[in-house]
Ligand binder design. Sequence first.
Ligand code: ADP
Ligand code: ADP
Length: 224
Amino acid sequence: DIMLSLQDVTKAYNKGKPAEVQVLRGASLTVARGEVVALVAPSGAGKSTLLHIAGLLDTADSGEMRLGGTDLAGLSDRARTDARRRDVGFIYQFHHLLPEFSALENITLPQLANGVARSVADARSRMLLDQVGVGHRAVHRPAALSGGEQQRVAFCRALANGPRLLLADEPTGNLDPATSDQVFGALMALVRDTGLSALIATHNMELAARMDRIVRLEAGQVVV
Ligand code: ADP
Ligand code: ADP
């Protein structure tokens, strides 16, 4: 049962110009339902490009892509945006939380934007914060939290609207090794509890080894 499938995806920047750079050269990859896949690649290899294409933030030049049962090739821009908001959660190296809102509000706001009632959204936010061990930080703004706590809140926000696929780009890359280890453990527990499918880019081979499978991005292709 496949959640994400990319087949022969190509992508160049500055196409047809002197600065053209061919980043993806027929990259193929699948993530099964409930599977957590590590994407390992040197800096500049095209990890972010691949994640942005998989997460419907960018389009490939050619290739095939399916998310859940849906063929994404024929979708309108509007339908792609809807699919992204409904089905995909993103986590970055830096938390990108809204500084003027509390941890709880940062998780509640995307749910309110999605039409969820405040009482339901608040309850879900509290449950998520408790799950990653920062329930006691609900009313604090991001600046009052440690780096590890900020990242835990960002994980909750990514899961706020119940996505089917989680895409993470160096989710603990900004933390010291001991904190990174703990925070990654919290992320994995959250992903396993919710049965999410995930594609997680990392340079850290110890973290990669804790996932179900490792794939590498080399010369624009995915190798196992
Ligand atoms: P990674 O995430 O593996 O570090 P990226 O996907 O960010 O790699 O980038 C892959 C390559 O594409 C790099 O050489 C980068 O400089 C280039 N690149 C990324 N985004 C753009 C862009 N918007 N315009 C031109 N080149 C880009
Ligand atoms: P909203 O529903 O708040 O308008 P969007 O549909 O714009 O959110 O974005 C959905 C997800 O994609 C969010 O997690 C957001 O952080 C991420 N995102 C949106 N645009 C970009 C971008 N240009 N680069 C990276 N991530 C983005």
